[in-house]
Design a protein around this ligand. Structure first.
Ligand code: SAM
Length: 284
């Protein structure tokens, strides 16, 4: 297997295909040879496992995943990369490349069609411009997957992996923690990419729960409450929820007191169970 992370090899392939990077599609390709083997190893890819990769680029991570897993399905939006991938990954008969936008795909159907009888994981170096929508889609679609191992901007990883109820916690932290236990794996410097982005990255793994840690009848209400509470994070939870949802302050004040939450606290102080309790009682 010819390692694709070699910078000379990448430049040669890309120039032969007349390829130029698209900033809009978040195309920063990995050129640090130690990152992809490590990421693939930690992703859960192995015997009996199917992997969904998002944005294979020229296939640098894909080749490591193909070497470990039973099957890999890689979803790439940029049609100019399809002939490149045919050249770079032609040796693997356990790979399927789909030319599509991952945000538009029915991933439950994809798993049913492609990974019968296999455990499934997701592994990707995500384009920065859609980090949160992709992660939330993977979680909200309630896919039968064990792990989501993704490289994202370091700051985004730190926020997602923060404790719910800590200063770094945001709406996305609470939402991700509802579905999974996030774990920071390792940092990756900006110089590991071509072209180099302005910021460092980090690899994190979301260990997806079979059952959410809090019981709810209506998940949607929970997320509405979380978003509203963090909408104006400098304000008190009372002010943020009432103004974001257009509710009477007195009603929200009483509701928070019934939930044994101090109406003057900030959203970042609340635990998952607090948001859940508000969602159970609130009338929208
Ligand atoms: N995996 C490669 C690597 O690590 O070198 C490339 C990673 S690059 C950060 C992101 C990749 O995602 C690009 O190949 C880009 O074309 C692709 N991409 C961007 N938006 C996408 C979308 N909505 N659906 C699928 N792929 C997308």
């Amino acid at each position: 297997m010819k390692r694709l992370s070699d910078i000379g090899t990448i430049k040669d392939i890309l120039s032969r295909h007349g390829f130029s990077f698209s900033k809009g599609l978040g195309q920063n390709f990995l050129v640090n040879p130690s990152v992809c083997p490590r990421m693939a190893e930690l992703s859960g890819a192995g015997e009996g496992v199917g992997v969904i990769e998002i944005g294979p680029g020229i296939g640098v991570l894909t080749q490591e995943l193909c070497a470990l897993a039973d099957k890999v399905v890689a979803v790439e939006i940029d049609k100019r990369l399809i002939p490149v991938l045919r050249e770079t990954l032609g040796e693997f008969d356990n790979l399927k490349v789909i030319n599509d936008d991952v945000l538009k795909l029915d991933l439950n159907k994809l798993i049913e069609d492609e990974f019968q009888g296999m455990r499934v994981v997701v592994c990707a170096n995500l384009p920065y411009y859609i980090t949160s929508p992709v992660i939330m889609k993977l979680l909200e679609d309630k896919l039968p997957i064990d792990y989501i191992t993704v490289m994202v901007q370091k700051e985004a990883a730190q926020r997602i992996c923060a404790e719910v109820g800590s200063r770094e916690c945001g709406a996305v932290t609470a939402a991700v923690n509802f579905y999974s236990k996030p774990e920071m794996l390792f940092s990756v410097s900006a110089g590991s990419f071509m072209p180099a982005p302005k910021v460092d990255s980090a690899v994190m793994r979301l260990n997806v729960y079979k059952q959410p840690p809090v019981e709810l009848e209506d998940d949607k209400k929970f997320f509405t409450v979380v978003k509203a509470a963090f909408a104006q994070r400098r304000k008190t939870v009372l002010n943020s929820i009432s103004s974001s949802l257009g509710l009477e302050k007195q009603y929200v004040n009483e509701l928070l007191l019934e939930c044994e939450i101090n109406p003057q606290s900030r959203a970042e102080k609340l635990k998952l169970e607090d948001f859940a309790e508000i969602a159970r009682r609130i009338s929208l």
